[in-house]
Design a protein around this ligand. Structure first.
Ligand SMILES: C[S@@+](CC[C@H](N)C(=O)[O-])C[C@H]1O[C@@H](n2cnc3c(N)ncnc32)[C@H](O)[C@@H]1O
Length: 365
């Protein structure tokens, strides 16, 4: 294989990006195979690269295939017949290298894999156009900002979850150039100019949320900062119509970043270091969430477990973050619950029609 057919060695931020894809895919496959009426499913890696870096660290394409062959369902059936993996990259040499890697590993023979060499955005729209009712997971990992222009299209697909890699720091830097203006027309990017460097990906996610607010798409950011060299800020945007997808993505995000569930480095601490006027020094993101949750309950006077669950996910937190806090509010007699023991702040209990909602009321003093 020629040297140029490979990527350079992946850095830490890139490995985190690939870990997120891999872990979310594991959860996605498990949910899909638990569905009673299983539709067709597709995993589409539109900018898949050559399969591995110079050191043999697996890239997105091989990680996808490996997750599938390691899944419980594959082990049971040794075939995932209604699932197809689409791997695409515009570079002929990368696709050649990838085909070689896949064909020399016989274990992949039992997967339905379709490999192509086309422009990623056109390939994606063509492929999804006829698969809108299928259950899809899409990974968009271009070098530039291409993925953003696909958001409008993706946000209309009810059963499609997606992870888009975006070079957010570059958008902040080059947003006034004709090329970026052209690609990002329809977005009001002025807010990015006044945004803290480490918040740029979060701010961009807010702009994207506004853009798709007429749909049921929920978007979540994960910021990636390189550990060496210039501290450019990039990130992933996860999108789904499905609240369970949000729950699973946040589980992955908080496993990778136990401090804030949203970055590969402690960007909260970096922001506080650079902001002399910050009056919230020492307050963690979780402390702020607890304050917001308490205010939400006080304002509502009465809420049920589903409302708390949805509020928690909307704020980018996991049900476990709400759980202990709600228990402490009950213990301190600030709220009372309709159930003596259970809180039922989890997807399975909330969407199980046999289980009654739990009501939490503010205690009047
Ligand atoms: C960041 S790399 C993707 C790496 C890959 N996800 C991995 O894990 O190895 C971006 C890829 O996009 C490909 N590419 C660049 N322009 C493209 C286009 N217009 N359409 C499809 N692929 C393109 C490049 O060849 C490169 O492999």
């Amino acid at each position: 294989m020629s040297k140029s057919a490979k990527l350079k060695a992946f850095d830490g931020a890139t490995k985190t990006k690939l870990d997120i894809l891999e872990k979310y895919l594991e959860a996605w496959v498990a949910i899909f195979y638990r569905k009673p009426a299983r539709p067709k499913a597709n995993i589409i890696d539109a900018y898949c690269g050559s399969g591995q870096d110079d050191l043999g660290v697996r890239g997105s394409a091989l990680r996808i295939l490996d997750v599938l062959i390691s899944s419980e369902e594959f082990k049971k059936r040794s075939r995932l017949s209604n699932l197809t993996v689409y791997l695409n990259d515009q570079s002929k040499s990368k696709i050649k290298a990838l085909e070689k890697l896949i064909s020399t590993n016989k274990i992949y023979d039992s997967l339905n894999i379709k490999i192509s060499c086309k422009d990623g955005d056109s390939f994606l729209t063509e492929t999804l156009q006829t698969r809108q009712k299928d259950f899809n997971l899409v990974f968009i990992d271009p070098y530039g900002i291409g993925g953003v222009s696909l958001l409008d299209f993706l946000s209309k697909l009810h059963y499609t979850d997606f992870l888009i890699f975006i070079t957010s720091g570059y958008i902040k830097r080059f947003k006034d150039t004709p090329e970026f203006k052209n690609k990002l027309s329809g977005y009001d990017l002025d807010n990015l100019s006044v945004t803290d460097k480490y918040d740029v990906h979060n701010t961009l996610c807010e702009l994207l949320r506004e853009k798709v607010s007429h749909t049921e798409t929920r978007l979540y950011p994960f910021t990636l900062v390189k550990s060496h060299g210039p501290k450019n800020v990039y990130g992933l945007i996860f999108g789904t119509h499905n609240i369970r997808g949000v729950d699973k993505f946040l589980e992955v995000a908080w496993t990778i970043d136990p401090d804030s569930g949203s970055a590969n480095r402690d960007i909260d601490a970096r922001k506080q270091q650079t902001n002399l006027f910050d009056t919230t020094q020492g307050e963690t993101k979780t402390d702020r969430f607890h304050k917001d949750l308490k205010q939400f309950i006080i304002n509502s006077k009465q809420v049920n477990n589903k409302q708390i669950y949805e509020f928690t996910l909307k704020k980018g937190f996991r049900p476990t973050h709400a759980n202990q806090f709600i228990k402490s509010l009950i213990k301190n007699k600030e709220i009372k619950s309709s159930h003596p023991r259970a809180l039922r702040l989890n997807y399975e209990d909330i969407y199980n029609l046999k289980k009654e909602p739990i009501i939490f009321k503010v205690v009047q003093t």
